[in-house]
Design a protein around this ligand. Structure first.
Ligand code: GLU
Length: 468
């Protein structure tokens, strides 16, 4: 048997981080077993589905590296097939047409409530002859729920779950306008797509028992089910905007790497010993559903940032350049080269791409620089500026290599009889307009000789310290 999984989002909004984790688990499970991972866009709720949401879901999955192995299936494109299966069940006597009017259904619900019963359909048309059908009412098709016994699911995450069949009612599978209900469509699609494992959020667990009615009535083999716990916020409430970012693309916009987000989501609710850093290949090697916990997990943004920092440090500088540049807007060839030179020195401290971009921004600034107040203060002493002028003279004849610059700065400080920091801090202010930057020799090397000497010259002359 080839394992086939699917991720089946409803395009009624952006892809939530919990949905991203469901997609990831489906992907990893399929890959681990050498199978296929598919995508089905469940757009049957036409009033709430939007093309923009579809676009965002596809973009999110692409960003996360979770593109499906086959063309995505749009659920609405299969409505004729959903109806066909409903009619087959009708023809086989496993479903029936029900002609209840809206008022009758309301009355039925009220009766049930008054008697303290759950509001289930009472099966009034189950055994009635269609010749009794009232004129002018278009029927729905309802499936005949089993009335005796129980339905047992051996969920791969939740374990054995049982429901008494008396608790199931004859659910509608085809509406009177000929459109399928969602619970019916999902089963027909999963069967036709040859899905072997349905891995989804545990908010769908109760649906499973209703969906099984369709599998059993059609004589189709049931897939294995795995219902994974939802993601909560730190306070234990369902994760929502007030906890922080929730949309997959929000994490991208905040400067997280997709590899780090996937690693974090994987570790949220799945574990292999205390291995925290689990890149994609290792995740494929290790992932199995038996290691997924049953309890809801809690989103910890600080932990994600920490892990993201690890991924930034582990990344090849070349791989980080495009996303960092993308955050900096349009740059010239020279500016691009400056940023490229800085990347390795920005990696050790940054937790996000946004922090890396912020750390590189000084390299793009146009002279005269606008100093941050603390930098302006550091430069606002005649002797400091005079020292910068002497430094500029000392550096002007140099070959501009990082090692050479480092040695030159040390020699200069010694000659001046001051500590290296007393040279480096004003120099940093002069070059970056702030007091925080990558190592000063890296800054000099990235800016290049002409730009560095020009910035030092500006500071030595007090440009932009004085009004104007
Ligand atoms: N379309 C459902 C949702 O977005 C998922 C259904 C399923 O995975 O079976 O919640």
């Amino acid at each position: 048997m080839t394992v086939r999984t699917r991720f089946a989002p409803s395009p009624t909004g952006y892809l939530h981080i919990g949905g991203a984790r469901t997609a990831l688990f489906n992907y990893l499970f399929a890959r681990h077993h050498g199978g296929q991972y598919l995508l089905r866009i469940e757009d049957t709720d036409r009033a709430r589905s939007t093309p923009e949401a579809v676009r965002q879901i596809l973009e999110s999955l692409d960003w996360l590296g979770l593109n499906p192995d086959e063309e995505p299936v749009m659920q609405t494109s299969r409505e004729a097939r959903h109806a066909e299966v409903a009619r087959q069940l009708l023809a086989e006597g496993k479903a029936y047409q029900a002609y209840d009017t809206a008022e009758e259904l309301v009355a039925m619900r009220e009766r049930a409530q008054a008697e303290g019963r759950p509001p289930r359909y009472d099966g009034s048309w189950r055994d009635r002859d269609p010749s009794e059908a009232p004129a002018g009412v278009k029927p729905v098709i309802r499936i005949k729920a089993p009335r005796e016994g129980e339905t047992v699911v051996n969920d791969l995450v939740q374990g054995e779950v049982r429901v008494q069949n008396s608790e199931l009612d004859d659910m509608i599978i085809l509406r009177s306008d000929g459109t399928p209900t969602y619970l019916h469509a999902v089963v027909v699609d999963d069967h036709d797509m040859a899905i072997t494992h349905v891995i989804r959020g545990d908010d769908h667990l109760t649906n499973t028992f209703r969906q099984i009615m369709v599998y059993d009535a059609m004589g189709w083999e049931r897939p294995a089910f795995a219902h994974i716990p939802l993601i909560h916020g730190a306070d234990g409430a369902k994760l929502s905007k007030r906890h922080g970012a929730v949309g997959a693309l929000e994490f991208r916009d905040q400067g997280f790497l997709p590899e780090a987000v996937c690693n974090y989501l994987l570790r949220l609710g799945w574990g292999h010993g205390d291995e925290e850093f689990v890149p994609r290949d290792r995740a494929i090697e290790l992932f199995d559903l038996k290691d997924v916990g049953r309890a809801a997990s809690r989103m910890d943004y600080a932990k994600l940032s920490h892990l993201n920092g690890q991924y930034i440090r582990a990344a090849a500088p070349d791989a980080l350049l495009p996303p960092v540049l993308a955050r900096l807007g349009e740059v010239s060839g020279e500016q691009r080269a400056r940023v490229a030179a800085l990347i390795p020195d920005l990696q050790p401290r940054a937790r996000t791409l946004a922090e890396m971009a912020d750390g590189a921004r000084f390299a793009l600034a146009e002279r005269p620089l606008k100093y941050e107040p603390k930098a302006a203060e550091a430069l606002d002493h005649p002797d400091v500026r005079a020292r910068l002028a002497r430094l500029s003279a000392a550096l002007s004849g140099m070959d501009w290599t990082r090692a050479g610059l480092d040695a030159a700065l040390r020699a200069f400080a010694e000659a001046e009889g001051v500590k290296l920091g007393q040279v480096a801090q004003p120099l940093r202010a002069a070059l970056t307009a702030s007091l925080q930057s990558p190592p000063i020799d890296a800054v000099l090397a990235a800016l290049g000789k002409d730009e560095s000497l020009a910035r030092i010259g500006d500071a030595a002359e007090g440009v932009s310290l004085v009004g104007g």
